[in-house]
Design a protein around this ligand. Structure first.
Ligand code: IPE
Ligand code: IPE
Ligand code: MG
Length: 258
């Protein structure tokens, strides 16, 4: 973790990442970016078409963004696809989103394999339909040894739910005597979260002009740079990702230092 392993504080994000990478950082300095993909509904209503069309076009934006993330050398890209609160939406919209997800996982697995992309899921995805869970587990296993970009998709994800599950894990370890509650460290919490094996979150992007976190990566975003853009998610692409990374490289990260 950036602020616990004690690297020298540096002037720019780029230099900070360079410390972490011991010289291996790419120019933009971002190892891990996450995106709250918002605005599909507004994109559709601006065009007078059903929301489904916005979600469908949103999948195309996902494809373009994953390709760009890989080309731009990101170690990890986390995409907020379905929140633990999105079940509140009308049943037919939830069904449309699940259908698009099913199609995406099935249609894009070959491209993941060809491009060394590792698929990971964060969130309580086991609560999704059994056939979808099976399909996801299969693709996660088939891409497990890929070492290029990790694509983490947040499904039935809520940061509070993730923290709750982590607390339950730690409480179970304490109850069995495996861990002394007084010895629980921040690193134990990191390790109990769904993002355990991922690099620290450098950059958190939200599209569509909204400026809130909507229960996304609350713990992991402790020192992330936040980037808000008015672009509606279906219009997001590689150029938009590049613009966010460029904005990041001009930020000055301090991690509480001066
Ligand atoms: C994001 O677009 C997609 C999901 C949350 C699944 P929205 O569907 O939230 O679009 P808006 O916010 O209504 O425009
Ligand atoms: C956040 O968007 C969730 C996803 C992008 C999957 P929402 O559209 O659900 O968030 P709110 O309701 O505007 O906060
Ligand atoms: Mg929205």
């Amino acid at each position: 973790m950036i602020f616990r392993s004690g690297p020298k504080l540096s002037k720019t994000a780029q230099e900070a990442a360079a410390h972490l990478h011991a010289g291996g950082a790419l120019d933009h300095g971002v190892r891990h970016a996450a995106i709250i993909m918002d605005g599909n509904g507004r994109w559709a209503s601006k065009r007078g078409v059903p929301r489904f069309i916005g979600h469908k076009q949103g999948v195309e934006a996902v494809r373009a963004t994953v390709r760009a993330a890989r080309d731009l050398g990101l170690e990890a890209l986390t995409l907020y696809a379905f929140s633990s609160e999105n079940w509140k939406r009308p049943e037919d919209e939830v069904a449309d989103l699940m259908g698009l997800l099913r199609h995406f996982i099935r249609a894009d697995v070959d491209e993941f394999i060809a491009n060394d992309v590792r698929l990971k899921i964060i969130g309580n995805y086991k609560a999704l339909a059994p056939d979808l869970v099976e399909m996801i587990d299969d693709v996660v296993n088939r891409t497990a040894h890929n070492s290029g970009t990790t694509l983490a998709i947040a499904l039935n994800y809520g940061a509070q739910d993730e923290l709750l599950r982590a607390v339950q894990t730690l409480a179970r370890s304490a109850a069995t005597g495996e861990i002394d509650p007084a010895e629980i460290q921040i690193t134990h919490i990191d390790a109990a979260l769904d993002t355990a094996d991922m690099p620290p979150l450098d950059l958190l992007i939200r599209t569509s002009g909204e400026q809130r976190l909507s229960n996304f990566l609350l713990w992991q975003a402790a020192y992330s740079e936040l980037y808000f853009t008015d672009i509606l998610w279906p219009d997001f692409d590689g150029a938009a990702l590049k613009a966010a990374l460029e904005a990041f490289s001009s930020r000055e990260r301090r991690f509480g230092g001066r």
